[in-house]
Design a binder for this molecule. Structure first.
Ligand SMILES: NC(=O)c1ccc[n+]([C@@H]2O[C@H](COP(=O)([O-])OP(=O)(O)OC[C@H]3O[C@@H](n4cnc5c(N)ncnc54)[C@H](OP(=O)(O)O)[C@@H]3O)[C@@H](O)[C@H]2O)c1
Ligand SMILES: *[C@@H]1O[C@H](CO)[C@@H](O)[C@H](O)[C@H]1NC(C)=O
Ligand SMILES: *[C@@H]1O[C@H](CO)[C@@H](O)[C@H](O)[C@H]1NC(C)=O
Length: 353
């Protein structure tokens, strides 16, 4: 009884065949890496005082992928760590490392975008990025705080991103925090198409179907906040156990038991799950112990059976930790789990109607 599965498989192959040829990198910029490395180092909220050492240590320990962003306000320190590792490790070159950064909301207009990527390159002390992402599907008016910019569409911003590839400033471009309909908008119009979509996904916000859909389209999924609510800005804010005790993912009894069974730490088991579903995971740490522990996951020390994956699937809380939509007055993730819930009454009761 295979028809439905074979139909799905064939559909996925056709979609891949259609989508893949359009995902063009920049052939003027070469790399020793065939694809984005499956475990990367996150840098959001990494202390400015610690991140240079963390990046240097990580690269020496074997990390080959750094996830940065202009808005993290530590790209210069991240760059210092990168330069230090390159300088002190003869066998390591820029081409061995994957570097991602992101275009901030206030920089979607062409002039601002070009200046922003230049600033990022200067801060990171590199000539080009491997991947540049539209950080959010939201444009702010330059120099006007978070005032929304209605004059630039997502397609306008994508055209600007394509030009950054043509200008030899980045090998690939991609998106972050897009709803499905926003991804579709880009896929319909792109000439240089997204290499990857970086979004929040972890055992408490699994989005399995959305993840699979990207694979079918030939796009990589980069899973951010792989440890769920462990990021201290999220911690304890959403997760309730039976309406009573709050718990964090890395202390969840289900995961503690699973990790014991796998003879790994809970963090390694959670990262192993992300790799099992073929997402790229980018755990942040500035602790040497954690950096080493997390990198071990890349060796696939933890694997899961189909039955275990199904069991984990049942524990999906569909809880989003990172949603600035209300603060910005934008409906984010509108066709995904746990979207922004704008208070429409307030918005429309304001004399707009
Ligand atoms: N595109 C976007 O909009 C977006 C949004 C959010 C995040 N991101 C990216 O994704 C990266 C990762 O996400 P995240 O920083 O939100 O959260 P995360 O990586 O899921 O969790 C980070 C937290 O986990 C701790 N930790 C790390 N390894 C650990 C281990 N082995 N055992 C116990 N605790 C551990 C870290 O503390 P220590 O430092 O003390 O180890 C830190 O408090 C970010 O840094 C950023 O690069 C992108
Ligand atoms: C990009 O690099 C290639 C190869 O070095 C070069 O031929 C081309 O002129 C460059 N393009 C721009 C816009 O600098
Ligand atoms: C469990 O992991 C530890 C540390 O990685 C290792 O030394 C030990 O041999 C492992 N035990 C089993 C039963 O695999």
């Amino acid at each position: 009884m295979a028809p439905i599965w074979s139909l799905l498989a064939v559909t996925a192959l056709i979609l891949q065949a259609i989508a893949a040829p359009y995902v063009t990198g920049n052939s003027a910029l070469t790399s020793n890496l065939k694809d984005i490395p499956s475990v990367g180092l996150g840098t959001w909220l990494s202390d400015r005082d610690k991140v240079a050492d963390a990046v240097e240590y990580a690269l020496k320990a074997g990390y080959r992928h750094i996830d940065a962003a202009w808005i993290y306000k530590n790209e210069d320190k991240t760059g210092q760590g990168l330069s230090a590792a390159l300088k002190s490790t003869k066998s390591l070159s820029r081409k061995d490392i994957w570097i991602t950064s992101k275009l901030w909301n206030a920089h979607h207009r062409p002039k601002e975008a070009t200046a922003a990527i230049q600033e990022t390159l200067t801060n990171l002390a590199v000539d080009y990025l491997d991947l540049y992402l539209i950080h959010w599907p939201v444009a702010f008016v330059p120099h006007k705080g978070d005032e929304l910019d209605k004059s630039v569409s997502l397609i306008d911003t994508w055209r600007t991103m394509e030009n950054l590839v043509r200008a030899n400033l980045t090998r690939y471009i991609g998106i972050s925090n897009f709803a499905r309909h926003e991804v579709e908008e880009i896929l319909e119009e792109c000439v240089i198409c997204p290499y990857a979509h970086e979004f929040e996904t972890h055992p408490y916000l699994q989005q399995g179907e959305f993840v699979e859909w990207h694979k079918g389209m030939g796009m990589k999924v980069i899973a951010y906040s792989p440890f769920g609510d462990t990021n201290p800005t999220y911690r304890g804010s959403h997760i309730e156990d039976d309406g009573k005790k709050k718990q964090t993912l890395l202390k969840d009894p289900f995961w503690v038991e699973l990790a014991e069974k796998k003879n790994s730490t809970v963090a390694q088991a959670v990262l192993g799950w992300g790799l099992e579903r073929k997402t790229v995971v980018i755990p942040k740490s500035t602790s040497k112990e954690h950096l080493a522990e997390n990198l071990k996951a890349a060796d696939r020390i933890v694997e899961f059976t189909f039955e275990e994956m199904e069991e984990i699937g049942k524990r999906d809380k569909k809880t989003r930790m990172n949603n600035p939509g209300r603060a910005w007055g934008v409906d984010l993730f509108s066709d995904l789990d746990d979207p922004t819930k704008l208070e429409h009454d307030e918005v429309f009761g304001d004399g707009d109607l």
